[in-house]
Design a protein around this ligand. Sequence first.
Ligand code: AMP
Length: 438
Amino acid sequence: MSFESLGLAPALLRALAEQGYAEPTPIQAAAIPVVLEGGDLLAAAQTGTGKTAAFSLPLLQHLSTAGATQTRRPRALVLTPTRELAAQVHDNLRDYGKHMRVSSTTIFGGVSMGPQMQALRRGVDIVIATPGRLIDHMQQRSVDLSGVEVLILDEADRMLDMGFLPALKRILSAVPRQRQTLLFSATFAPPIKALAMQFMHQPREVSVTPVNSVATTVTHHVHPVDAAKKRDLLLHVLAQDSRRQTLVFSRTKHGADKLVKQLEMAGLRAAAIHGNKSQNARTRALSDFKSGRITVLVATDIAARGIDIDQLPIVINFDLPMVAEDYVHRIGRTGRAGADGMAVSLVSHEEAGLLRDIRKLLKQEIAVSEVPGFELSHPLRTDAAAPKPVQGQRQPRQARPQQGSHRPHGNNGYGKGSERPAEGNRKRRRPGRPAAKA
Ligand code: AMP
């Protein structure tokens, strides 16, 4: 499946090639055709699946082709639970739309309203907003939502968790009834279904269901290790058979690059494959790996998704994935077609909670063994209070999941930078004053 075959405009294809995206992720392949047709869409997909591009690409295509009006009113509204996510969506829209003339702006709390008002007055095609601050602008009459053709609710489940339902209802009553509505959520939990029933018109449903099973021919090994010693332990494991083709997973792009440098310094032939690499670099790394020119390929989850490697004896998790399902995707690269495979995870104290999630998902015990010379400074705890790392790249201020969230894998806590609900338990602010602090 290619982006071309989804019917995307050349300007978008160019931008995607520049981003180094080789092929659509499953949610993109499923959602883009539906959205391009103009129908409402209810999509179950969590962060990390490529969901932002799944709605951004057809949105940009619509706005750049469907009769641009002379009005200054926004033609599309993207609602997000947090300012971080709003900023991230904005960045992505700018990246994907860089060869198009579609303008966008963010509206969120914690910064002064003045510049936002000016941007709205100048006129903008897409507004990416958190509900609370958007309501403030509606009260100030600084935003006119009557021209909205496409409404997108991103991480809708999280907006409901955060108490934004009254705000959402108010915003929904201010946008035209005749519109396209796209709702993205990690799950189709009953409150999401209820929201969809009330505000959407015969939505098509797509979901990217994680495959929660791994081949029985794969053996799982966990080596607990202090974070500072992980790199040395990786070298130790790799040295056990330096000719063996090994796929190593890193949680972040930066981490992958750093690891490759360190492996090269240790004399190994390695390359990284991730979203910041050009398409050429990714293709070259993959073919070098397949041909055996390099023995270690360091990949991030999303970059590895589209890569097709037939059979590997071993996959090493340098970092555990933030989402337990990704462990299954990673491990799916080994133990194929009845062959034996090995999954080795290097787990530091900070990742003990992630290991617990993976065990729960796999419904099986994973052998934990310390490697002599790499013994832990204190025991790994995998009980209910086991820690989880904060996610590094792109969402640097992410915090631990909030309690009571119904996100199934609650790894995507934007808690720290979150806005408070717009209504109900929020005091009225005077206009122009900064919104709720993060
Ligand atoms: P999202 O789920 O929208 O937060 O996307 C997660 C990450 O995947 C982002 O860093 C995107 O840049 C990246 N991404 C999105 N689509 C693709 C694709 N088709 N191929 C590779 N990376 C992608």
